[in-house]
Design a protein around this ligand. Sequence first.
Ligand code: DCP
Ligand code: MG
Length: 403
Amino acid sequence: MKRTVVVHLDMDAFFASVEQRDLPYLRGRSVIVGGSREGRGVVAAASYEAREYGIHSAMSMAMAIKLCPDAVFIEGNIDKYIDACRRIFDLCSRCCDTLEIVSIDEVYLLFREKWNVVVERSAMLKEKVYAETGLICSMGVAPNRILAKLASSMEKPNGFTILLPKDLPGSIAFLPVSRLWGIGKKTASLFKADDITTIGELLTAEEWRIRAHLGTQGFDLIKTVCGAPDKPLPPTKEKSLGHEFTFHKDLEPYGYFWSEVRRLCDQVSRRLRVNHYQGRIVRVKLRWKSFETHTHQMVSNTDLQNPFNLYRVASRLIHDLLKPRRKIRLVGVTVAEIYDAIETDLLHVIFPEVRVQQKLISAIDTIWDRYGEESLIRASLIPARARGFTGVSAPFFASSSPA
Ligand code: DCP
Ligand code: MG
């Protein structure tokens, strides 16, 4: 079985690089993106030129001005950064098996491929990111997430660092322990008091010292540093989850039909949310009046707990299946290849329109949790319901999908 190879990608001086790209006179200069020149707020991003003066993210603006009064100070334009971030994530999602978004400029790409394939694809991705956005990034290739993140930081900016299993842990033994994700300033200073400053020293430290400063998790960290793979996510019980709706009377795909499709998407995404699942495949099913049945599916990289996303994908798939003047008996929407969801809160911070949708979705969830799922229905269904249009709705969980 192929082991997962992890690639960590982090944009270099992200906000400042976008400004340097768009305003050529800023190139080669100290650029600080953040609060105003009047010294309010904190530094969001500093170009690598500004870092030579000791300026870094989260430093007070007043301090940054003191260290480098000649720097160019820019308030910043979040829309531009989000646009760049979207294009980068899009390129990333096309080249790996799984993409995990960590922050506005940082992702993990998981590959189930041989090392040479992963290295080649990552190098191509780095070039593509530059060609399509004009921005540079640093990448790290390693057997697990902690090492991949460490690797991407080792040769910043514009770095490409490979930590091959056969060279571990020797290839990182010289680095300070504080460079490991999970070891903060406080823990690093406790280790220092024990004369442990480098990763190499951490690996040869007595067990009780590791337990004292890191608890039993310290032993997992040591295995990770030596190249152990990340623990796999526990498998989910069901492989697919969906809803079908049989109309009380066969019909052509106009207004009411699409309202029911929206409702199916509402129900399916609701069940993903309730069970904390996410899925990779969207599948639709149409049964014509003649009982002939067709399915169509596609891989989706979007958050399918969001019914707006699910409907966007499902309606496109249904449109592909439709045939002129043919009446429909049943429609189904299924999400397959489901897995335990990771926290997606970050996406809501990055994408403002998602934040608005999220508020609506959680308000609906609160009402459904309290009063049941019939307590709130789509307004577009009310006229049809009033005219007695109904049908048979059937949810299913399946370990091999029926739709
Ligand atoms: N950011 C922010 N406030 C912070 C830290 C970061 O607004 N306290 C924003 C600005 C950064 C972006 O997030 O450009 C990415 O953060 P990084 O920590 O990755 O920093 P940079 O990309 O700027 O620099 P590096 O080259 O070290 O990754
Ligand atoms: Mg960055």
